[in-house]
Every structure is written in structure tokens, then in C-alpha cells.
Design a protein around this ligand. Structure first.
Ligand code: TV7
Ligand code: CA
Ligand code: ZN
Length: 388
């Protein structure tokens, strides 16, 4: 049974726009929007689009973007002229440096990936979809009036703002290898959003330098958001077994305690083994197990992308995770059509690429089981302060 059919009893919506994929951050820059073309190629080669409601996303409006960002920042982003990136000059709004260059069509790029996340959130609010997907979103570092770490507009914050119009409580989960600081900070003072980020943490030696276990939200009597930020700091080389156990244990505890009515899962693929910037040893199977677990909770689910700097692995992971959303994982047609233009990127593979192990630089696992258990007990204590 190789045919991919619509899942029965629920709807998956897929939000994308080929315009987004055409933007270039610059030759040497690790962020490659064309990884989305690669992911789409795999998703379509397997016929998965037939099992989803597919939408060509539109740019977010000025009003929608102002739900989080300042008008001055948006005006600057819109008018900024392409310059040679320079780290040594002090920049307005942190724009125009090597991490956040000003490139051709920048504002269009930002409004498009944001429009897709906003539309996806609205589908969930209107009960028109049970799982909504935007692989071009997930840009978790952007601040109200500042670009940061390849992120200019925070589509996740904008999507959560939409969800909060209908949903009393939103759980945000971030499996990108970097700390989801922008989303955490945006909801720092509300108890309606519980943020959870799992990431590599090594003080200032790993971007963005925040996300230690004791960073739980500003602790004061008056702040309802106190204790509503959960951080899971990890070291190099964590593999599927520890990662998936941690994910299920902590997300399980959060759901039981917080009783979210919607979940946003940022699926940053830089937590995969072999990533150009990441340091973990998570496989496509382990990364996907996080999506399977969230889906199993039966709560409206928004899936967004994020980091991911080894494009063919990003494509494998997000294609696999799309198959989980529509419930055809493990049932995929093992033959990739010969004519797919993306095939050349998978030329070293002999079998269906998403099912085999990623061979990256061997990274020793620096995470002891004792440390993993200590993280869980600390978060157990923290969750005593979280009520639904
Ligand atoms: C969500 N790491 C974003 C992750 C953002 C990470 C960083 C680079 C990098 C940028 C380049 C480049 C790079 C090989 C890697 C302190 C610095 C050190 C720039 C060289 N090569 C996400 C952001 C992080 C840009 N930034 O979470 C152009 O690595 O560590 C830093 C800051 C200053 C700037 N320099 C790096 O995944 C989407 N940047 C090559 C060319
Ligand atoms: Ca993270
Ligand atoms: Zn990242």
C-alpha cells in the first residue's frame, strides 16, 4: 500500500510559498532558504501534498507585523538598502552584520514567512485544521525592535498572538539546537504561554548565550509569567535515546500541569547529527519522535521550521515530519522519481534517505544520565509553581 491518502478524521494544512525560497543571505552564510525547495521536493515526490490542504501563503500585513514589532523597526527593515555585511560597525536594529545581512527582497522574505505562520495559526483557531505546517517559519531569535541570529521578524510570536485570541493557554516547544530566546522574552510576563526550549548551552561560547536551567522567568509576586519559561541546557553529542526520553518526560509534565489548549512546536533541524552549526547527534527518527509525541496529545498543533544548516538533512527531517503529521510515516513509497531536480542532492544515498542514519562528525556524548535526571527533577520543582 504505497498510495498516500488523506488522514481520516483530521485535517493537515501546509503553508508555503516558492517566493520565500529564492532569497539569498549571501554565499557563505549558513542559512539557505533553498533548503525549503529541497524539503518541498521530497514532500511532493512522495505525494504527501495530496493528503494535506495546501495554501500559497501571502505576506503578513503591517498591522499583523505590529502585533509584536515596533513601527520604527519595521519601517527600517522595509527601507534598508543592501550593504556589505560588517560586524565592526554599530548597526541600527542589529541589521547589516554577518549574521543578519541586508539582502535583496529582505522585507518581502520576512513578511512572507510570517504570513504563512499567521495563516497557519488562524486555520487552527477556526478549527479548519488540526495540524498546520509552515517549514519556512520558526525564526525564534527576532526581538521587538532587533534582528538576531538570522531572524528578522518573529513569526512564532505573531502566530502565538493569533492563537491567544481563541486559546486560553499555549504551550511553545523549541527543539532547535539554539535557545528560543525571542519567543521566551516576548511572553516573559504572561501565564498564558508556557515556553520550553531544549538547546545546547555553554555560556557565551554558544549562541545566544542564554537558556540555563535557572532561567525560569522574572520572579516577582506581581509577575504572572514567573516560572513560565522552561530551559533545558544540554552539552554536545546527545543522541536519540536521551533526547527523546527527555522530550517526552518534560513535555508530558508540562501538558499535565499547564493543560495547554494549543501547541506550537519549533522543529529546528540544527539539532540533527551532522549539522553545520549544531553539536547534537539526534537522528531523523529521534527528531520525528518529538512530532509524533505532540501529535498524540490530540491538541491543535502548529509545526514551524527554524534552524538547519545541512540542507539535505533538513529536507529529510521535515519531509519525515510531514509524513508523521498526515499519518503515513513508515508507509512511504520507497522510490524517489528519477526526474526530481533535487535528486542530485541525495546522490550519495542508496536507499530511501529519511530512514537511514545520518553520518556526521562523530561527536562524543558529554551528557551523563545523572545530569539528564537532575534537569528533570529541577523542572519538576519549577512546575509546582505553574497552574492551569
Ligand atoms: C534559528 N553561528 C539561528 C542560529 C543563529 C546563530 C552564528 C554563525 C555563522 C554566521 C555566518 C557564517 C557562521 C560558521 C554561526 C557571535 C557571532 C559569531 C559571524 C561569522 N558562518 C537559529 C548565530 C551565531 C554568516 N552567531 O537558531 C555569514 O558560522 O555566534 C554568533 C555571533 C558574531 C558573528 N559571527 C559569528 O538556528 C534560525 N553565526 C558565514 C557567513
Ligand atoms: Ca531550542
Ligand atoms: Zn538554531
Amino acid at each position: 500500500e504505497n498510495d498516500i491518502t488523506r488522514p481520516k478524521g483530521y485535517t493537515v494544512s501546509w503553508h508555503s510559498n516558492p517566493e520565500i525560497e529564492k532569497h539569498h543571505f549571501g554565499h557563505a552564510h549558513p542559512m539557505k532558504p533553498w533548503r525549503l525547495t529541497l524539503a518541498k521536493g521530497l514532500i511532493m515526490a512522495y505525494g504527501m501534498h495530496a493528503a494535506m490542504d495546501t495554501y500559497v501563503s501571502r505576506p503578513a500585513t503591517k498591522e499583523e507585523l505590529e502585533d509584536f514589532h515596533s513601527e520604527e523597526y519595521l519601517d527600517y527593515l522595509k527601507s534598508a538598502l543592501v550593504t556589505v555585511p560588517d560586524d565592526n560597525e554599530i548597526k541600527d536594529f542589529n541589521l547589516g552584520n554577518t549574521d543578519c545581512p541586508i539582502f535583496e527582497g529582505l522585507f518581502n522574505y520576512c513578511s512572507m514567512y510570517s504570513g504563512a505562520s499567521i495563516d497557519a495559526a488562524r486555520k487552527l483557531c477556526n478549527n479548519e485544521s488540526d495540524i498546520a505546517i509552515n517549514w519556512s517559519g520558526g525564526l525564534h531569535h527576532a526581538k521587538k525592535a532587533e534582528a538576531s541570529g538570522f531572524c528578522y521578524v518573529n513569526d512564532i510570536v505573531l502566530a502565538i498572538v493569533q492563537l491567544l485570541r481563541k486559546h486560553p493557554r499555549v504551550l511553545y516547544i523549541d527543539i532547535d539546537v539554539h535557545h528560543g530566546d525571542g519567543v521566551e522574552e516576548a511572553f516573559w510576563s504572561t501565564d498564558r504561554v508556557l515556553t520550553l526550549s531544549i538547546h545546547k548551552y555553554d555560556g557565551m561560547n554558544f549562541f545566544p548565550g542564554t537558556g540555563d536551567l535557572d532561567r525560569t522567568g522574572p520572579d516577582s509576586e506581581e509577575n504572572p509569567g514567573a516560572h513560565h519559561a522552561i530551559n533545558v541546557p544540554l552539552s554536545d553529542g546527545i543522541g536519540d535515546q536521551q533526547y527523546v526520553w527527555l522530550f517526552k518526560t518534560i513535555v508530558g509534565m508540562c501538558v499535565q500541569r499547564f493543560q495547554p489548549t494549543a501547541i506550537v512546536l519549533q522543529c529546528g533541524a540544527d539539532s540533527l547529527a551532522g549539522d553545520r552549526l549544531g553539536r547534537f547527534n539526534v537522528q531523523v527518527q529521534g527528531h520525528g519522535a518529538c512530532v509524533t509525541y505532540c501529535k498524540s496529545l490530540g491538541i491543535p498543533l502548529l509545526l514551524v521550521g527554524g534552524g538547519g544548516y545541512t540542507p539535505r538533512n533538513v529536507a529529510r527531517a521535515w519531509a519525515h515530519e510531514t509524513s508523521i503529521a498526515i499519518g503515513c510515516d513508515g508507509k512511504l513509497n520507497p522510490i524517489i522519481p528519477q526526474h526530481t531536480p533535487y535528486r542530485s542532492h541525495f546522490r550519495h544515498e542508496t536507499i530511501f534517505p529519511t530512514l537511514e542514519e545520518i553520518l556526521g562528525d562523530p561527536r562524543g556524548n558529554k551528557n551523563t544520565d545523572k545530569k539528564i535526571r537532575e534537569i528533570v527533577s529541577s523542572i519538576t520543582e519549577q512546575l509546582r509553581f505553574v497552574n492551569n
